[in-house]
Design a protein around this ligand. Structure first.
Ligand code: SAM
Length: 285
């Protein structure tokens, strides 16, 4: 089956508009889980006072907001996402943090509605691999960066390194709730850019220079399995929709089986500690 990029874009937008409430509810969990990545990205762009920083596929805009204080008072950040509902959550977070130099813009990263060479740096945490055409999005990113500007991005490493996602996916595939992914014709998805070589190649093809790609290990902590289950429903629309399509007795079975799959990650104090691995990259325009 060939990939219908326009149908994908439409479904992705709807998905993320619906997912926003769950992401707002789980923002503290994501902030803690993602902290090493956010700090890597900010170090990589090294924001200076007076600069303008763009975050693409920003969700709640957490990474840009870390840069906002560093570029203040004359500089500012633009938090952008295709989903308006995500930016509603981002606005609330900026108010909570008392940030005055944050703008918000609904935009698709594949056609960035900003002028040529209009920003000093771009950050994108866990966005490009979800786009219908990441190569076009990287070309657009380079267009809006000033010459010598910096891009820092994160994409998930392969699913084998991310049991927090691999175990629920395996459970659903083995039960026939969702089809097995077609590895010969990979559609956009969290793990589709999970190779350092592929990321470097895409950056190079988009014209970036001084490319650096590395892996960062993460740890996702949950007080217990119940909290892991609830947050997976909140954060993954695909998981949520697949689960809610099943009868209650089957949902109970899936839940019990997943609790067993995650049990080996129980730490000495009874909490769950599940590893993850992401790739991060820095490149100059
Ligand atoms: C996994 S979330 C990551 C959110 C945030 N960057 C973070 O790390 O918490 C992916 C986000 O990418 C956005 N997104 C996906 N494709 C996009 C596109 N083509 N243009 C702009 N945003 C996009 C979604 O709307 C969603 O908010």
């Amino acid at each position: 089956m060939s990939f219908d990029s326009n149908a994908y874009r439409e479904a992705s937008l709807e998905n993320w508009e619906e997912a926003a409430a769950g992401w707002v509810a789980r923002q503290a969990l994501m902030r803690e889980f993602a902290a090493p990545v956010s700090h890597w990205l900010i170090d990589a762009i090294s924001p200076q006072p007076g600069q303008r920083v763009l975050e693409l596929a920003a969700g709640l805009g957490e990474t840009a907001m870390l840069a906002a204080e560093l570029v203040a008072p004359m500089g500012g950040v633009v938090v952008s996402d295709q989903a308006e509902a995500m930016l509603v959550g981002a606005r609330a977070r900026a108010i909570e943090l008392g940030l005055a130099n944050v703008e918000f813009q609904v935009l698709n990263a594949e056609w960035i509605d900003l002028p040529l060479a209009s920003v000093d740096a771009v950050v994108c945490r866990w966005g490009y691999m979800l786009m219908a055409d990441p190569a076009t999005a990287l070309g657009e990113t380079r267009r809006v960066l000033r010459p010598g500007g910096v891009l820092a991005l994160a994409v998930w490493d392969s699913i084998e390194h991310n049991p927090w996602a691999a175990l629920p996916a395996r459970e659903l595939v083995e039960r026939g709730v969702v089809p097995a992914p077609d590895r010969s014709a990979p559609a956009p998805g969290p793990f589709v850019l999970g190779s350092a070589e592929r990321v470097a190649e895409l950056l190079e093809q988009a014209g970036f220079a001084e490319i650096e790609v590395q892996a960062v290990d993460l740890l996702r902590r949950h007080p217990d399995f119940e909290e892991l289950w609830d947050s997976t429903l909140d954060l993954s629309r695909n998981f949520h929709d697949a689960i809610l399509s099943r009868p209650p007795s089957e949902i109970d079975g899936i839940r019990a089986s997943l609790a067993e799959r995650f049990a080996p990650y129980t730490s000495a104090d009874g909490t769950l500690e599940i590893p993850g691995r992401t790739l991060v990259a820095r490149a100059s325009s």
